[in-house]
Design a protein. Structure first.
Lengths: 348, 39, 385
């Protein structure tokens, strides 16, 4: 289960096609919790040692990866997160001449306006003021809409568990953060490729680095604005589409694509009963008028017969017979059609 | 009042769903009252 | 006819074959719950919604027979279709039952399905709205069918009360159906990067609703035919009358498919997707929209004009196939379309077995109910005015 770059390239094409649907929230910019924490991943410093993966597995009680640290074979195929691996390091360019290989660590981006949070129909996923997005397994029904929706393919599911399957993902080591420690990956990283701190501070740091080494990085900090921005920021050595991410992602949060439409639901409830009730009333009225008209015609006929005006009766008779014939003709199948008859059985 | 769009949306949607339910229920006696004259 | 004879040993071949499939299917479902989704499905971490989700969409789209017919008969006053209302509503109810079952099988923790209503509601989620609407609509359809039960029980007053609520229930039914048919499409609004641009659209909810209308109307036509074939004289509608109604419904089929096509064409132009149409995926898209919507539309129109009920039924079957194809394209085929083949999701044989199991279950229930209750015939004590 990999995250090849191609599925993200499609994102740029399709996202560009989408016009933002109007939603009340679009009238104002939401800045998010001001003190929230984040991480900065500097891919120019990442050497692909995978100690972060190991630390993550230890902290989360996961079995260690069968392929030991330092074994380069593991980078041959890009990997995705799974129920046993909440974060992965992938290689995006092999070492050549004077240039080292390029790696990037992938995990939940802890978005500012997370898609997973907005699509959960039991609010099992929550964005905390501290920054991490948290999951509550005691609420989860297992619909997996969150996994479906995440544009970064950052969530995984314990399909193998029949009783208590959970959605699993990087939690930014929330319990550790609450104790004042750093997430395990940040602590384990030997080169400082993962820095932990307040998102605003990390953004300043990232911009500083870009100014200091303008040729080293892709000019945009990934996660500053993409889909509303993320708490996990990445300084990319190569353009995003070459590093397993998508280029030119819109700044609008993904939940906005749905909220506009969902606002229609209460509107439909407000409009349809009136509209349909009105149509029904008009239908009834038409039926009433038709019935009245028929009654009047019969009345006329009766009166004419009573007054014994032979002319009137003849005229009415001819008129009604003609109408009857026409009605019959309209209802009968045409002579050319051989499909039905009293005993007719039409087979497809 | 709201730091996040998500919080704003959750609040407005909750209000709107409840209001929609009230509107729907209010429609029933209203429509019945209007159609009484036709019967 | 081939009804079950209580106490007797004669069972119709239909039930024998269905019985085998049902038993086999039930075993697979039991295995799914015993060993988990990993055992029964090929779902991956990157493709977490698969064949069962596709069929969730299919069942709901085709169960639209209920609201399309009640709307036509009770709101627009087309009373000549009244004999088809009960079969349509019953099949709609059965369709939604299948939807609920396959949804339960797909959920990681099926037993928690009422959590959004009992524990905590995620109101920002499209899935919440769908759950709410389906719950209410399922109840509505059930209420629409209660007169059938009351006739069987002989409770005249209750029957009269429920019959009086018909128009209100029809309005409510159309309201709810419009909402959840379209919101099922809205589920996919959040993944523009994962669904092929020809299928992804900001108007996907509208497409889903319109195709459910053409799918529902087509199902009514097919159902009428299948019921008459199965029940023969027990069904009070004669072949001649049924053919006449079918021709009338053919007009609705023609219009609904035409409207859908117009909206799809505009979707291409609004999205500037012309270049996509000439790609390889474009060919598949054209097969679905031109091949399975435009052609049946033309057949509907032709055979309505020349009053050929047989051809109309062909167009209806074709349309149903087109709707199924569309839902499966959105859910499985065009989803994660950029993945290389070795990473793509292909359903497991057990997933297919469960789907077939549910379809057969639906047919069996429909047939059983029609044989025991006044669906295709009027109850002798309640012959209508």
């Amino acid at each position: 289960m990999t995250i090849s770059r191609r599925e993200f390239i499609s994102g740029l094409a399709t996202s560009a096609l989408i016009s933002s649907t109007a939603s009340a929230g679009a009238l104002k910019r939401f800045r998010g919790y001001p003190q929230r924490l984040g991480l900065l991943h500097d891919t120019a410093l990442c050497v692909g040692c995978r100690r972060c993966e190991l630390a993550c597995q230890e902290v989360n009680g996961l079995p260690p990866h069968p392929v030991p640290i330092g074994e380069a074979k593991i980078f041959e195929k890009p990997r995705g997160v799974s129920e046993k691996l909440y974060t992965v390091v992938n290689r995006y360019r092999q070492a050549r001449e004077s240039e080292p290989a390029v790696f990037r660590k992938h995990q939940c981006m802890h978005c500012n306006e997370p898609c997973c949070v907005s699509v959960c129909f039991v609010k099992a996923l929550v964005k905390t003021p501290e920054g991490p997005v948290l999951y509550h397994p005691e609420l989860c029904v297992g619909c997996r809409y969150c996994i479906f929706a995440c544009p970064y393919y950052a969530l995984a599911y314990e399909y193998g568990d029949p009783r208590t399957p959970r959605v699993v993902r990087c939690t930014m080591c929330y319990p550790r953060i609450k104790e004042g420690k750093s997430p395990a990956c940040a602590e384990a990283c030997p080169t400082g490729a993962i820095r932990f701190g307040r998102r605003e501070e990390l953004l300043k740091l990232a911009r500083q680095r870009q100014r200091k080494y303008p040729d080293r990085y892709f000019p945009e900090i990934f996660g500053e604005n993409e889909y509303g921005g993320t708490s996990w920021l990445t300084l990319l050595k190569l353009p995003p589409e070459q590093m397993g991410l998508a280029a030119d992602l819109p700044y609008e949060p993904l939940p906005n694509l749905t909220t506009g439409f969902l606002s229609l639901a209460p509107l439909v409830v407000a409009i349809f009963p009136g509209l349909l009730g009105g149509i029904y009333a008009m239908t009834r009225r038409r039926e009433e008028l038709a019935r009245l008209q028929k009654q009047q015609e019969l009345e006329r006929l009766r009166k004419a017969l009573e007054e014994k005006s032979a002319e009137e009766v003849e005229k009415l008779k001819r008129h009604l017979l003609a109408r009857l014939e026409k009605a019959e003709f309209d209802r009968q199948p045409q002579a050319t059609d051989k499909t039905t008859g009293a005993s007719g059985e039409e087979n497809k | 009042m709201f730091e996040m769009l998500q919080d704003f949306t959750a609040f407005t949607k909750s209000c709107s769903y409840l209001l929609a339910a009230v509107i729907l229920i209010a429609y029933i006696p209203f429509m019945l009252f209007l159609s009484r004259r036709d019967d | 006819m081939n009804a079950l004879r209580p106490g007797g040993i004669k069972i119709a071949p239909f039930y024998l074959v269905s019985g085998v499939i049902l038993i086999f299917g039930a075993v697979i479902v039991a295995l799914r719950y015993a060993y988990g989704l990993a055992y029964a499905t090929n779902l991956t971490q990157t493709t977490t919604w698969g064949l069962w989700t596709g069929f969730k969409l299919v069942f709901v789209a085709l169960a639209a027979s209920g609201f399309t017919l009640t709307t036509g008969v009770y709101i627009f006053g087309m009373h000549e279709y009244h004999p088809l209302v009960r079969p349509a509503v019953l099949s709609g109810f059965v369709g939604y039952s299948l939807f609920i079952l396959i949804l339960l099988f797909d959920l990681g923790r099926s037993w928690r399905i009422f959590y959004p209503f009992l524990v905590q509601a995620g109101v920002t989620s499209a899935l919440f709205e769908i759950a709410l609407c389906v719950l209410l609509y399922y109840t509505t359809q059930f209420l629409e069918l209660t007169p059938v039960g009351f006739e069987w029980l002989g409770w005249r007053r209750w029957r009269k009360v429920m019959v009086g609520a018909t128009v209100g229930l029809s309005i409510f039914g159309l309201l709810l159906s419009a909402l959840h048919q379209s919101t099922l499409g809205a589920l996919y609004l959040t993944v523009p990067g994962k669904l092929h641009p020809l299928w992804y659209s900001p108007y996907l909810p509208l497409h889903f609703f319109l195709s459910s209308v053409m799918g529902g109307i087509s199902m009514v036509m097919l159902l009428g035919w299948a019921s008459k074939k199965a029940f023969g004289n027990k069904m009070e509608l004669s072949w001649q009358e049924l053919d006449r109604l079918t021709v009338g419904l053919g007009k609705a089929g023609a219009i609904s498919t035409a409207v859908y096509l117009a909206v799809k064409a505009l979707d291409i132009s609004l999205g500037g997707k012309w270049h996509e149409v000439s790609s390889g995926w474009g060919a598949w898209y054209l097969l679905e929209t031109l091949g399975c919507v435009l052609f049946p539309c033309m057949v509907f129109a032709y055979s309505h004009h020349h009053r050929k009920p047989g051809l109309i039924r062909l167009a209806a079957a074709w349309t149903v196939f087109g709707v199924v194809l569309n839902r499966l394209n959105v859910a499985v085929v065009a989803f994660n379309w950029t993945f290389p083949t070795n990473e793509r999701y292909f359903p497991s044989w057990m997933e297919w077995v469960v789907v077939v199991f549910l379809i057969v279950l639906g047919l069996v229930i429909y047939r059983l109910v029609c044989e025991r209750f006044a669906i295709v015939n009027q109850h002798p004590d309640y012959l209508s005015h």
